[in-house]
Write a protein of this length. Structure first.
Length: 284
């Protein structure tokens, strides 16, 4: 087990990430009061849940559009691929952060009208919004893999044996020969969604409206960072430059803001390291 972890940098960073989060949780249980600990755990779970659900939706949307695109190409049709290209280019022209802000405006309206009442429905809507602006990354990957294998004898040989193209694409290309690429893309999109969602929550920390604010929405790492006590905890880091011994207070007295910031930054670094390691493995 140790040899596998040490030889595979992606697994190594996955192990480090999980271990780091566990150590932070154990440290927080020792020094944080119960309400603060509950908020930190809830914010972390919600942020990771949104990123995970969004990645799954993004992958499904990307797969569906890619199947439509490649099937139309095989049939010699140019209209549908052209429409899909225009649609994707239109979405790409909108900055992701602006797109998510638009979804938050819609979310505000839905909450005010009593349509989205439960926390899970709000989390699901947030995930859908992030997926809408990331699915084209999966779509491009799926199309690229199909086009690559279409140029090889493998694809023609399978077709000549009477195997349906839809099975060749889904089973032989995606499942058997592109799984590493899909996992790599999924980890990358997970990190992107986590960063975007936390950034949006932090940006709108002043509130969405007089009736709906971050206090009405599910807690996230971004909204936790926006809280006054978390900001004060993070600003307290400057004290160690004049008094190095103050670091003990950072890890106990100011633990809420420090732990939230650490979880977010450490998660983004670990995800980046995992994607970089997997990219190197694909190139070898």
């Amino acid at each position: 087990m140790i040899k596998i972890i040490s030889r595979n940098k992606d697994i190594f960073w996955l192990f480090n990430w999980i271990t780091g989060l566990l150590l932070v949780y154990l440290w927080c249980t020792a020094y944080l009061n119960t309400p603060a600990l509950k908020n930190v755990v809830e914010a972390s779970v919600n942020s990771f849940q949104i990123a995970l659900i969004s990645t799954g939706i993004s992958a499904l949307l990307g797969w569906g559009f890619a199947i439509l695109y490649t099937s139309s190409q095989s049939a010699g049709k140019k209209t549908l691929p052209g429409i899909l290209d225009f649609f994707v280019d239109l979405i790409k022209s909108i900055p992701q952060i602006i797109g998510l802000l638009i979804f938050y405006i819609i979310l505000t309206v839905l909450i005010l009208n009593g349509i989205l009442k439960s926390s899970f429905s709000q989390l699901l809507f947030m995930s859908l919004g992030a997926a809408f602006f990331t699915f084209y990354e999966f779509m491009s990957l799926f199309i690229e893999r199909v086009n690559y294998y279409r140029k090889t004898e493998f694809f023609d040989a399978m077709r000549s044996n009477g195997i349906p193209e839809i099975r060749i694409v889904n089973v032989d290309i995606f499942l058997k020969n592109s799984l590493a690429h899909i996992v790599h893309k999924a980890i990358s999109v997970f990190g992107t969604v986590l960063f975007l969602q936390c950034s949006i929550d932090f940006i709108i920390s002043v509130g969405l409206s007089t009736d709906v604010s971050l206090s009405n929405l599910p807690l996230s790492l971004g909204s936790m960072l926006a809280k006054l006590d978390s900001k004060q905890d993070i600003l307290a880091i400057s004290n160690i430059f004049t008094n190095p011994a103050y670091i003990s207070d950072l890890l106990t007295v100011h633990l809420q803001g420090i732990s939230v910031a650490f979880v977010l930054i450490f998660s983004l670094i670990s995800i980046n390291k995992m994607t970089s390691a997997m990219l190197i493995k694909k190139e070898l």
